[in-house]
Design a protein around this ligand. Sequence first.
Ligand code: AKG
Ligand code: FE2
Length: 301
Amino acid sequence: MHTRRINWKPTINNTRSDARALPGNFGVEYLDADVTTLSDEALRQLLLDLYANRILVLRTAGLTEAEYVHFARRIGEPLLLIPNKVEHPEIIPVDNLREDIRETKLSAAHWHSDQSFTSPLASVTMLHSLAAPAAGGETHFCDMVAAYDALSERTRSEIDELEVVHRRGVSIVARPEEHAPPVLKQRDYRTVYHPLVRSHPITGRKTLYAVSGSSQGVRGMSDTDAKRLLESLCAHALSLRFLTAHKHRVGDVLLWDNPTTMHKASPIGQATGPADTRVIWRISLTGTPSVFPECRDAGDA
Ligand SMILES: O=C(O)CCC(=O)C(=O)O
Ligand SMILES: [Fe+2]
């Protein structure tokens, strides 16, 4: 079936008077975002801003669990990764309150794209900040579209058709000190293949995808060659000009587009008081947002 894709816009959208570029290399922020009253048209525009800018920060006065989940469900289908909240299993608490935070501290401190070891992968991930430490706790991002665009034509033609082998665990390009081996469940041993270069399902923009995180090899390539290739693409993508970081403030809802970004958490110690407490509600989504019915058959968003 023919699917239409939305024209990509290269700059931040200024139809909203409260939209402004984030201070780093990329990203956009809405200063006064009432997500509970967004029309479908406003949500389409919000998502186009997200896709064009990779990350979008909504400054809110704070959302209830129900408001947050309702907003998220308009953007995709929540992945029930750790269904430990009885009423709203869509919400994954990310905090530094627990005593044993070694795993929490390191499990997301390596460059990755959420759920790249599964199919479908995560489309948009959202973090709503309830408590923010005075120092540290930023989430770091890498713009994989800009990284792809900056490759030479020759490299692009060499890698355009390659498929990367993904499996949960420590990627062959990871720095072990940044990546604690995850505790694996039976389903995590499954291998999936994702294109190294993907077209974004909504915008059609080409992007490098998840060179770090769960990458274990390249289909049809020796381990040595695959490691060399993925390491060089990773080093390229992690050049300073493609990086930014967001410092969370209470009330922020940070959204990112997993297909076109990698991210990592900053390791943070256990909270000792309000000044260093970090409490975030994470929701990761999959699928195509309902407000883009024309893109429904375009594959993983
Ligand atoms: O805590 C953060 O800043 C990011 C968390 C993260 O990447 C994850 O939970 O997958
Ligand atoms: Fe993540």
